[in-house]
Design a protein around this ligand. Structure first.
Ligand code: ZN
Ligand code: ZN
Length: 222
């Protein structure tokens, strides 16, 4: 038996892979209002704008999971183009947003700018789009200021580069620390529940349960 109110999806999302790092720029929207956010516009802004147009949604905010160039390279440009605020990451990634141009030069990104978000995010903060509300989890380790966006009702999280399908974020970049990363995952992400599905910064998404059971970095095999 189905109830129309229960089966109607409350959110929609599409992934737009951008930059040579194939970063999962995510366009996510509230189905009720068609209001949307762009998570991690790392570059190729015209490609992101085409996806927005095709999805027929109104972007009201840009959310950032952390300050690495492949996640933020197009953020300032997209903010100017859409005239919307940038929320996140955590203040501890300020040193990365202050050196976008420098890291862009190192990795071959042109036309990028240093910038500050309109709002830094901290553990326990909430952000919203349309009728959807997300809790902020501060999950350092991959970068000091990495944040995860969690929607309790949808049983959905966007985890950036903290956790991947079968792997975890690299910790050899400035401010990275493997023990801190594992502590963030085991202390904050696993308790969200096995049924929580996630989109991550690169590659296919997964669920907390699948990773708890099979991810070699969490099962003790690595
Ligand atoms: Zn990263
Ligand atoms: Zn990344």
């Amino acid at each position: 038996m189905t109830n129309e109110n229960q089966t109607k999806p409350k959110a929609g999302a599409i992934i737009v892979p951008v930059t040579p790092f194939e970063q999962n720029c995510t366009l996510l929207w509230c189905e009720v209002t068609r209001k949307a956010i762009v998570i991690d516009p790392g570059g190729e802004v015209p490609k992101i704008q085409a996806a927005i147009k095709q999805s027929n949604v109104t972007v009201e905010k840009i959310w950032l999971t952390h300050g690495h160039i492949d996640h933020v390279g197009g953020a300032a440009e997209l903010r100017d183009a859409l005239n919307v605020p940038i929320e996140g990451p955590h203040l501890d990634d300020k040193f990365l947003l202050d050196s976008v141009v420098a890291s862009g030069a190192r990795f071959g990104f042109v036309g990028v700018r240093d910038f500050a978000p309109d709002r830094w995010l901290s553990e326990g903060d909430q952000v919203s789009i349309g009728e959807l509300t997300f809790d902020i989890l501060h999950c350092p380790g991959h970068s000091p200021g990495s944040v995860v966006y969690f929607n309790k009702e949808l049983r959905f999280a966007h985890v950036g580069d903290v956790l991947f399908n079968g792997s975890v974020g690299r910790t050899d970049l400035p401010g990275g620390d493997h023990a801190t990363l594992i502590k963030s995952i085991t202390g904050k992400l696993l308790p969200l529940g096995d049924d929580v599905g996630f989109i991550c910064g690169h590659g296919a998404g997964s669920s907390i349960g699948q990773e708890r059971l099979t991810n070699p970095f969490l099962t003790g095999e690595m």
